[in-house]
Design a protein around this ligand. Structure first.
Ligand SMILES: [Zn+2]
Length: 344
């Protein structure tokens, strides 16, 4: 089968790999029908040291169950399923709490040991605790939006929840990538009255406005901080969704939170420390967030997609085949595309 393998920075290849197959009785074999490239894939795309073996890529996918192990009960051959960006057993202490990204027996797709979603098929460990059945066919018109339940929509929702968005608040979203745009959808859905997007790309800003952003701040650094403060009566935002991960973005996020406010971090941190310890402390700003338990959020968000109340699939502005994946990385990295969908 074909799969995407990253061998180093700017070195993404599509090549023949051993066919995915059932190994453990809790596995399912899924033939991928849709996958995508994530903004977080761009971190290794720009920084991965050269490797001889390479890393299998992709953690967002929808597909058809081709086979299941003897102990799998919740999915069967022929089901169309969506996979969260982390796999999980569904039964441990943390899964019971709805925090599947901390599953005691779970893990992450791809790397050197497992298949990834940017390939033709995937061995899914812990299938019962991982996969969720979609009640539609593989070419349904809502497929782009359903695919975002794998990661970006659930991650935007997590940013909004951990930033404590609630009716009437002023929310600010740092970052205009697919997660930031989904954060706008989530903030609106949870009742934010004001939604300020911090971003600089015209196509993304236009989409953010359609998703519910009420204001856009395109300045950077101190100017951006001053602008957000001016837009919030000098006080700052109650809820800040940090959807980037590098130091300047986190600094901006903490600096635009009002006293007693919260920052929900979903951008993968690109440094070891959180900036602004002292001003954040004196303002009683809550710093929360982490990898989103999107598996838990699927049950809440899927009906919203199926009933047409949210359309996160609009973040996909390019579709490619498996052979076009390396160029998809390039296009996203050069901000030529917001998010690339892979159609198998
Ligand atoms: Zn678990």
């Amino acid at each position: 089968m074909k799969a995407t393998v990253m061998y180093g920075a700017h070195d993404v290849r599509v090549e023949e790999v051993p066919d995915a197959r059932i190994v453990d009785p809790t596995d399912a074999l899924v033939r991928v029908t849709r996958g995508s490239i994530c903004g977080s894939d761009l971190w290794p795309y720009n920084s991965m040291p050269a490797s001889q073996v390479g890393n299998r890529m992709g953690h967002e996918f929808v597909g058809i169950v081709e086979d299941v192990g003897a102990q799998v009960r919740s999915v069967k051959k022929g089901d169309l399923v969506v996979a969260p960006f982390a796999w999980s057993d569904g039964t441990c202490e943390f899964c019971e709490q709805g925090l599947q990204t901390s599953c005691l027996h779970g893990g992450w797709w791809g790397g050197t040991e497992l298949d990834g979603g940017q390939g033709e098929a995937v061995r899914v460990p812990q299938a019962d605790g991982t996969l969720v059945v979609l009640p539609v066919g593989p070419d349904h018109a809502l497929m782009p939006s359903l695919l975002t339940l794998s990661d970006v929509m659930g991650t935007g929702h997590h940013a909004a929840l951990t930033a404590r968005v609630r009716p009437g608040v002023a929310a600010a979203v740092v970052g205009d990538g697919a997660v930031g745009l989904c954060g706008v959808i989530a903030a609106r859905r949870l009742g934010a009255e004001q939604i300020i997007l911090l971003g600089r790309h015209p196509d993304r800003i236009a989409l953010a406005r359609q998703f519910g952003a009420t204001e856009v701040v395109s300045e950077r650094g101190d100017e951006a901080i001053e602008r957000v403060r001016a837009l919030t009566g000098g006080l700052g935002a109650h809820s800040v969704l940090e959807c980037v991960g590098h130091g300047e973005a986190v600094h901006t996020a903490i600096s635009i939170a009002r006293a007693g406010g919260a920052v929900g971090r979903v951008g993968v941190p690109q440094q070891e420390t959180i900036p602004d310890a002292r001003p954040g402390f004196y303002a009683n700003v809550t710093i929360a967030g982490g990898p989103a338990p999107v598996r838990a959020y699927m049950y809440e968000l899927m009906p919203e997609v199926l009933e047409g109340r949210i359309e996160p699939g609009r973040v996909f502005d390019r579709i490619t085949t498996i052979d076009g994946v390396p160029d998809g990385y390039r296009a996203m990295n050069e901000r030529e595309a917001i998010k690339v969908m892979i159609k198998f």
